[in-house]
Design a protein around this ligand. Structure first.
Ligand code: 3H9
Length: 696
């Protein structure tokens, strides 16, 4: 049963009981209507309490039902709310915890609302690319006013119930036992004669509603660039202000039905479920015991090590930071402090919190101080010989059961594990720079990594607010292995006829935060050069354009040298197209007889994005990633892939694998086509009419 019905001395209690978050799926909706009717028909019942079991009042509509027949099957949420609102006996929503989306809309349909402090109240639909579709844009402004409601609807951010105590939303915020208070409240209002108050009958009062709505429109313009929902939220609120409740409600419904079909909403829902799915590893059951992590050590106080340490101290976990030299340790500590000071300056951290965090950090030059650590993350120089020294030493000092993690981005985690006598305790934790900011954490599972180590690291990742994705061992893991193909295509296109600014502009227009050449100038072109030199040795058969090497031979390493693919001016981070570089590229094409042709923006986007897709497909075939959505999460959270497109694999599904296959085969038949060895699964799925994330 998704809904429980009990009676308590004249009060009926309808309890949503649909774990995990009391989503308002069809059976829950039907259960609420049944409960209300049962209470109406029972003369002994004077009032009805609507509440939730478990960890939420309700997390809203059941998102898994969207775009299925169940979503629109009666009773819809609109019908349920009508039944609640139309009840002759007063309905009291008792909110002990999360009331979000349709959950809050349901509560707004009740005659009275009481809440416990600490409940998270939100209309987060905009984060899923939709708007509240069951009266939220009409009732919330009537409950808490135009300004506060628009802020909540457009941001989707949760507000704690106690902060809304005087807003008009709640009749009471109850400190003690909510269930008891709800029964008492119900008995009190049950004794009154109706009709009972309805939010829909309240007025929206504002001295300059039109002005505020325009202000809201301007404020969301930036976030709404790639997403239609924020502006639609405002349109729906405005419709209610101008035309009244019923017309506003009808307009809201129309917008909801349209938005739920958009690719942007599909992409956001894919990311919502993808994030949660990433934390589940197919052969590691949810009840796998985890090791306790209460003390962490980080080896290396450089940019990466310092950033990694900050993640843990931000979560209140003490960190011992190890370096080999005092100067390096001092420098590392000073950088961490400077980072926190910058956050304090922005008003995002209290000065006393800065000191509390710094106090969680213990600097040391001695491996002996790592003996107590439950987890040790190594962020030293990226060379196998250096890692060998570190892991052999760790094997000597670390306590039994400590997790030994490497932040390597390219090296073989199995080889690293083999430097110890406890390979089952070794795992990769690949953070992305800046490590205290970037959401992505690639968790690299070695051959021997034990299941409880994986389960522990995934749980810890949640605590430090990372999106953790498991990758098997291969060169570059998921993210960097794919980006290499993308960069290869970008360089080939230079020699075939494009210029850096054209390529960057085309892919930025597609939605990437930064094109490959601006990105490379930021990271340092010498880094890619070093990797390519290694590749030339390791894979002499693999074909790379040498145009980037010529740039590096000119000493143009990027922003840090004031010149890269672009020119830079002192004190200005803007990238200016460079005549010298453009001429060099033209010369390069001549020298290599590549010939130059006009390359369309469409070709640029296809070659860059489909190179990611093709490598992603191979990564899936090899089992390096266990599901397509994991790859999408890597790209959304670590590589600036446009969120509104949902990641490379979902984008490929949207375009259709049949079309992706045809494009890849076309590019494979042209200049530099040897870089395109199509992943067999693309053709196989296309032939079945399937996608990476879909079955048909
Ligand atoms: C809406 O209401 C539309 C209406 O306006 C109009 C309709 C006509 N549906 O996050 P967690 C699952 S749109 C289905 O790890 P937490 C989630 O996938 C909805 N499933 O827990 C996960 O499953 P699994 C507006 C849902 O404690 C499990 O629950 N509402 C839903 O950290 C636990 O989730 C929202 O956008 C759902 N609505 O956080 C709220 N919600 O175990 C979205 C959760 O298989 N939800 N699941 O991986 C949240 O923000 C958080 O889940 C919440 C709990 C704060 C509720």
């Amino acid at each position: 049963m998704a809904v429980d019905y009990t009676t308590h001395d004249g009060v009926a209690v309808i309890t949503l009981n649909n774990p995990p978050v009391n989503g308002l799926g069809l059976s829950t909706r039907a259960g609420i209507v049944d409960g209300i009717e049962r209470a109406q028909n029972d003369p002994a019942i004077k009032a009805i309490v609507l509440t939730g079991a478990g960890k939420a009042f309700s997390g809203g509509a059941d998102i898994t039902e969207f775009n299925t027949p169940k979503a629109t099957q009666e009773p819809t949420l609109g019908t349920v709310i009508k039944v609640v609102e139309g009840s002759a006996k007063p309905v009291i929503a008792a909110i002990h915890s999360v009331a979000m989306g349709g959950g809050l809309e349901l509560a707004l349909g009740a005659h009275y609302r009481i809440a416990a402090p600490g409940a998270q109240i939100a209309l987060p639909e905009v984060k899923l690319g939709i708007l509240p579709g069951a009266g939220g844009t009409q009732r919330l402004p009537r409950a808490i006013g135009l300004e506060a409601s628009l802020n909540m609807i457009v941001s989707g951010a949760p507000v704690l119930s106690e902060k809304l105590a005087d807003s008009g939303l709640f009749d009471e915020v109850v400190q003690g036992d909510l269930a008891e208070a709800a029964l008492a409240f119900a008995r009190k209002v049950g004794a009154k004669t109706g009709p009972h108050p309805r939010v829909r009958d309240r007025k929206i009062e504002h001295p300059n509603a039109a002005g505020f709505i325009q202000f809201a429109r301007n404020s969301v313009a930036a976030i709404a660039k790639n997403f239609p929902a924020p502006q639609k939220c405002i349109d729906a609120v405005e419709a209610g202000v101008q035309n009244g409740f019923d017309k506003g409600l009808a307009f809201e419904r129309e917008c909801f039905m349209a938005l739920v079909q958009t690719p942007e909403s599909h992409a956001l829902r894919h990311a919502f479920f993808g994030e949660r799915a990433a934390s589940k590893i197919p052969d590691v059951p949810a009840d796998t015991p985890v090791r306790e992590i209460s003390k962490v050590a980080v080896i290396g106080a450089g940019t990466m090590g310092g950033g990694i340490a900050m993640n843990f101290i931000n979560a209140g976990i003490p960190v011992t930071l190890l370096e080999t030299k005092q100067e390096a340790l001092d420098r590392g500590l000073a950088t961490i402090r400077k980072n926190y000071e910058a956050t304090v300056k922005k008003g995002k951290l209290k000065p006393e919190a800065l000191e509390q965090r710094m106090a969680l950090l213990t600097p040391t030059l001695s491996y002996d101080d790592l003996k107590q650590a439950d987890l040790i993350v190594e962020a030293v120089f990226e060379e196998l010989g250096v890692k060998e020294q570190v892991f052999k030493r760790l094997d000597e000092v670390a306590k039994p059961g400590a997790i030994l993690a490497s932040n390597t981005s390219t090296l073989d985690v199995d080889k690293i594990a083999a430097f110890t006598k406890r390979p089952q305790d070794v795992v990769g934790m690949h953070f992305f720079s800046p490590a205290n900011v970037m959401k992505l954490l690639e968790v690299v599972r070695g051959k021997a990594t034990s299941k409880d180590v994986l389960a522990t690291v995934m749980k810890l990742a949640k605590k430090i607010r990372k999106t953790a994705v498991v990758s098997g061992v291969c060169d570059g893991f998921i993210g960097n292995r794919m980006i290499e193909q993308y960069i290869r295509q970008a360089l080939f296109m230079l020699e075939e006829g494009a210029l850096p600014a054209q390529i960057d502009k085309a892919i930025e227009k597609f939605g990437f935060a930064m094109g490959p050449f601006r990105m490379s100038d930021l990271a340092g072109n010498d880094i890619g050069w070093a990797i390519r030199k290694r590749r030339y040795q390791e894979h002499p058969d693999m074909h790379y354009s040498k145009v980037a090497d010529r740039l590096c031979e000119m000493g143009r390493f990027g922003q840090k040298t004031g010149a890269g693919w672009y020119d830079y001016k002192a004190g200005d981070r803007a990238a200016y197209p460079s005549k010298v570089v453009d001429e060099m590229i033209g010369e390069f094409s001549k020298d290599t007889n590549a010939g130059r042709r006009k390359i369309s923006d469409e070709e640029i986007v296809e070659r860059l994005v489909f190179s990611l897709v093709n490598e992603g497909a191979k990564i899936l075939e090899e089992g390096i990633a266990s599901k397509a959505s994991d790859i999408d999460m890597v790209y959304l959270t670590g590589y600036g892939f446009p969120l509104h497109r949902g990641g490379p694999m979902l984008y490929a599904d949207t375009v259709g694998l049949y079309n992706v296959e045809r494009a890849i085969r076309r590019y494979a038949s042209r200049a530099n086509g040897d870089a395109w060895k199509i992943a067999p699964s693309i053709a196989e799925l296309a032939a079945k009419g399937r996608g990476f994330n879909t079955n048909g």
